[in-house]
Design a protein around this ligand. Structure first.
Ligand code: COA
Length: 258
């Protein structure tokens, strides 16, 4: 697949890096959303060890391409494009890290929210400014933001359109880490590389259980965990990890990813 609005790099350490390259402000146009969905599908078909999604230095992504908005008919087409593209990354059975430099607004913030973990540069700014256009977030913002920062903070952000700088994002849990701008990619790649060397089957099961578990009751979540705990023992890495512990002690296993 040839991408024009993003790059997809598969590194030797098992990390895949998706970089948005749609001009200066990275608007999430229909075309870019299509390429993002395709990239997620390509990754699902040949899974890497971990994924990093990043954008430009000054602008991670400025949100939906406002020039493509019209009326309800256009919205009925654009909304699913957002949900499909971001949902496809969220569904990957691998750790997906957003490395956010500069503005992550609207759909940019929503793309970061669809990732499992957000590392922000000190210059990062998050926000859901749709209300200032008289509209609402359409890429998962009303749902994923509330799950990450809580309902009241999500309402305040979405109802005012206020932008949140990196230090506040860290405080409210919207960013998981904040690092100096020159460390952003270094840190994201180091974390992704560490995870990519890990027990990938167990990671995929864990991610699924956490994501599905927070949507259900504790009892149902624990039932899912019991099944997952059986499932994971079918992996090669469970045998490798347990045998390595018994022979060499903790943290010495070399996993195969199977
Ligand atoms: N969709 C389409 N075009 C956009 C855009 C978007 N989401 N965001 C910015 N642009 C365009 C601007 O219209 C401008 O076009 P022009 O050069 O033809 O005039 C160009 O990108 C640069 O934007 P500008 O605002 O001049 O740059 P800036 O560096 O001062 O600010 C942002 C950058 C991202 C902070 C600012 O553009 C912004 O707030 N964008 C809108 C964010 C938003 O509301 N997103 C939610 C969409 S639902």
């Amino acid at each position: 697949m040839v991408y024009e609005l993003l790059t997809l790099e598969r590194r030797d350490d098992g990390v895949a890096v998706v970089t948005l390259t749609n001009g200066k402000v990275n608007p999430l146009s229909r075309e870019l959303l299509g390429e993002l969905k395709q990239a997620a599908d390509d990754l699902a078909a040949d899974l890497p060890g971990a994924v990093v999604i990043t954008g430009g230095d000054r602008i991670f992504a400025a949100g939906a391409d406002i020039s493509q908005f019209g009326g309800p008919d256009e919205a009925a087409e654009i909304g699913p494009l957002f949900h499909d593209a971001i949902g496809a990354f969220a569904a990957l059975p691998r750790f997906v890290i957003a490395a956010v430099s500069g503005y992550a607004l609207g759909g940019g913030c929503e793309l970061a929210l669809g990732c499992d973990y957000r590392i922000a540069s000190e210059r990062a700014v998050f926000g859901q400014p749709e209300i200032l256009l008289g509209i609402i977030p359409g890429g998962g913002g009303t749902q994923r933001l509330a799950r990450v920062v809580g309902a009241s903070k999500a309402k305040e952000m979405c109802l005012t359109g206020r932008q949140v700088k990196a230090d506040e994002a860290l405080r409210i849990g919207l960013a998981d880490e904040v690092v100096a701008p020159e460390q952003l990619h270094v840190r994201a790649l180091a974390l992704a590389g560490e995870v990519a060397r890990g027990a990938l089957v167990a990671q995929g099961i864990t991610k699924r259980l956490i994501d599905d578990g927070i949507e259900t009751s504790l009892d149902d979540g624990l039932a899912m965990e019991r099944d997952g705990f059986v499932e994971v023992f079918r992996s090669d890495d469970s045998q490798i990890g347990v045998a390595s512990f018994l022979e060499h002690g903790p943290g010495k296993a070399t996993f195969t990813g199977r």
